[in-house]
Design a protein around this ligand. Structure first.
Ligand SMILES: C[S@@+](CC[C@H](N)C(=O)[O-])C[C@H]1O[C@@H](n2cnc3c(N)ncnc32)[C@H](O)[C@@H]1O
Length: 413
């Protein structure tokens, strides 16, 4: 495609410098990244006239993989995607080119909508990517009025997805998938507790498993909003990467389904004294293990972070696809598959060892030893220092203690 696009002429026509990049199976025109760099040399996508962030390529890879595998597992043929915050249109064009979906895209910025439409034409998917200049909520409501119901709605905003969540849920009809990105990780992980309470209506706190809490708060919030509209939300895939949270939730209409989904909500608990970690149904004043005052956060989603069958099929499909970040996608999906059947939040090995005043054993040893004792245990994609297990708290701590002692004895003998 690079041969047929005259970059200089296009830059003049659009009024800003552009370049061509490949991502997945498409090539798209984006603002010249060289021109929008901070003093430290790092490209700042928000400074460009149209938003394109190459660091989100993995997010888009997973989106395309998800839709392909989800539609196969559910036996769906006609795929319809709404992407009402489209920026350069890269995501919309990839959905159309890589999954065959019909995509309704929108952006409030005329420059973005123009570039997205151009990118659809250049990749010869203009018949399947409709782009309009519109506010995302208005665009979704217009599509509802036209009776168009999506298989998947992808909300990928700056910061919080909350302003668009209700319209997205209302757009679904009998059901469909919400694919939601949140980059407001500071509130979600408890760094900004007031913003967390204000925006997500939760008892704010900051646990030692703050990345997992961010994912579980967003998933829990989606379940609560969906329930308010009488949809039951099932979390199919939820993860943390780079600086964002991503949740895929399948919604099915019905008050009973909504009630059942709400059963998956709890409060997260973390004790900064004994490192106890888990869930409780009501915020209590004491750690169930040591009686100290714990950190409580929630309500949040306490269930599985992924559907193993779906994630396994996604990982298997990678070799047959042209993705931007195949290696990272495979690693993320494999990690998720191994950890997601353990619902209890992860422990931080460094925090446990600092409590015990002992040096850290290798984290793989901890996982292996817990497995040997008959418990589920795995490392987590959330944190290289984290491991999760279904072992009772005292067993988890004692396992680390015994391994740390063994290490001391081995070094001294
Ligand atoms: C993070 S960017 C989208 C990136 C895109 N989804 C991707 O994968 O590259 C957010 C976009 O939302 C647009 N936007 C912000 N507020 C909007 C609104 N109320 N309605 C529609 N678009 C909006 C911005 O112009 C920007 O292009």
């Amino acid at each position: 495609m690079s041969a047929i696009v005259d970059v200089k002429a296009l830059s003049e026509k659009l009024g800003y410098p552009v370049e061509i990049v490949s991502e997945g199976s498409v090539e798209i025109v984006v603002p010249s990244m060289e021109k929008y760099k901070r003093r430290d040399g790092v490209y700042e996508p928000a400074w460009a006239p149209v938003f394109y962030n190459p660091r989100m390529a993995l997010n888009r890879d997973i989106s395309v993989l998800f839709l392909l595998v989800y539609s196969e597992l559910r036996g769906l043929n006609e795929l319809v995607v709404f992407e009402p915050l489209t920026g350069s249109g890269v995501r919309a064009v990839r959905y159309a080119a890589e999954t065959g979906a019909y995509v309704y895209a929108a952006d409030i910025s005329p420059a973005a909508a123009r570039l997205a439409a151009l990118n659809a034409r250049i990749n010869r998917v203009e018949e399947r990517v409709r782009v309009e200049i519109a506010d995302a909520n208005e665009a979704m409501h217009r599509l509802i009025r036209r009776g168009i119901r999506p298989t998947l709605i992808d909300i990928d905003p700056f910061g919080s997805p909350l302003p668009f969540l209700d319209s997205a849920i209302e757009s679904l009809g009998v059901g469909g998938v919400l694919a939601i990105t949140a980059t407001d990780t500071a509130p979600l992980s408890g760094t900004h507790p007031r913003a967390l309470r204000r925006k997500y209506d939760v008892v704010p706190g900051r646990t030692a498993w703050e990345k997992e809490q961010a994912v579980r708060i967003l998933a829990g919030y989606i379940i609560r909003r969906a329930a308010a509209h009488e949809y039951g939300a099932r979390i199919l895939l939820a993860y943390y990467s780079d600086y964002y949270v991503r949740v895929y939730a399948e919604l099915r209409r019905g008050a009973r389904r909504a009630d059942e989904a709400l059963e998956q909500l709890s409060y997260g608990i973390y004790c900064p004294i004994c490192n106890f970690t888990g869930y409780i149904n009501y915020p209590g004043p004491r750690c169930p293990h040591c009686g100290a005052r714990p950190i409580i956060v929630g309500p949040l989603y306490r269930g599985k972070l992924c559907d193993e069958e779906l994630v396994e099929a996604m990982a298997e499909r990678i070799d047959r696809m042209k993705l931007a970040e195949s290696k990272r996608a495979r690693k993320l999906l494999n990690q998720l598959r191994s950890e997601c059947s353990i619902e209890k939040p992860y422990y931080r090995l460094d925090k446990i060892c600092s409590m015990l005043h002992l040096s850290m054993p290798r984290i793989e040893e901890v996982v292996e030893e817990l497995n040997r004792l008959g418990y589920k245990a795995a490392r987590t994609h959330f944190d290289p220092r984290g491991f999760r297990t279904n072992a009772p708290h005292i067993i988890a701590i004692d396992t680390v203690y015994q391994l740390a002692l063994r290490r001391i004895i081995a070094t001294r003998s």
